[in-house]
Design a protein around this ligand. Structure first.
Ligand code: BGC
Length: 265
């Protein structure tokens, strides 16, 4: 097996993929981005993924392909989908993609993928404690990682806060939609959200990913939390790199039910 794994990140607006050199924790070639089909059914998404695989087939050999999905992935099955077509719900998606694409596929939640990537190569590299990564984008994704081991499928974006689904108040897409300033968004929306997560989990570190983390300077200091918070380092590479890590983990630990352990566990 070579150490180059293709990671693909399925998002609400784009499907992005690149072969990842997992020795270096970086792309082996430039990434390819194709807009998510407006009807984002598994069938239409699989067609786009097929195009991305074709593009890089020469570098990845027989390695499984890792795909990050914006919903919880329970042993390859999707039972809840907030921001893609509802045809995903009830789908044994790993089997479905393997049948369509003719190769081994490993699925992982997108925020879990980003969390794995940040713990292996980024802002929380080798962190010895409890890290919670959140991604702020169309929705809010979350990954809980304790001493390098991921506790998969934490749907902390859907905590109910003041009677609302938290991501419908605090995601960066809501900031844009409602035209909130950074200050309004940070103090009125993010502050209660992170205070609540902090109270529930007592993490050692928050890492914040998603496109808006690049504007960290504009809002990071406005939050008042006990827990240190740092922007993600890998930015929009994290989902792809984490999906590739999950694919490698599946090869190395074929009997493990769901992702993913740290290298030295
Ligand atoms: C989904 C999560 C996902 C997050 C970010 C949420 O709506 O339920 O599974 O990680 O969006 O895409």
């Amino acid at each position: 097996m070579n150490n180059i794994f293709l990671g693909i990140d399925v998002g609400g607006s784009g499907i992005k993929g690149a072969p990842v050199d997992l020795e270096l924790g970086d792309f082996e070639r430039d990434r390819l981005r194709i807009p998510t089909p407006s009807k984002s059914t598994p069938k239409n998404v699989a067609a786009v993924i097929g195009e991305i695989i074709d593009q890089y087939a020469d570098v990845i050999g027989d390695n499984p392909v890792g795909i990050a999905i914006p919903g919880p992935v329970v042993h390859g099955r999707i039972d809840f989908m907030a921001n893609l077509d509802q045809k995903w719900v009830g789908l044994q998606a790993d089997q479905y993609f393997e049948d369509k694409l003719g190769r081994q596929i490993v699925l992982v939640n997108d925020a879990d993928a980003a969390g794995l990537a940040e713990v292996h190569f980024g802002a929380a590299k080798d962190h010895p404690g409890l890290v919670i990564l959140t991604t702020l984008g169309t929705g809010i994704g979350a990954a809980i990682i304790y001493r390098g081991v991921l506790i998969p499928n934490a749907e902390l974006g859907h905590l109910e806060l003041n009677g609302f689904d938290a991501e419908k108040r605090a995601a960066s897409s809501i900031k844009d939609r409602e035209g909130l300033s950074y200050k309004e968004w940070a103090t009125e929306r993010l502050q209660p959200y992170y205070s609540h997560v902090e109270m529930l989990f007592s993490p050692d570190l928050f890492v914040v990913g998603g496109g808006v983390s690049k504007d960290w300077d504009k809002w990071g200091d406005l939050l008042d939390l006990k827990t240190p918070m740092t922007p993600a380092l890998l930015r929009n590479k994290a989902g792809i790199i984490g999906a590739a890590l999950a694919a490698k983990d599946a090869v190395e630990h074929p009997d493990v039910l769901s992702p993913v352990e740290h290298d030295d566990q």
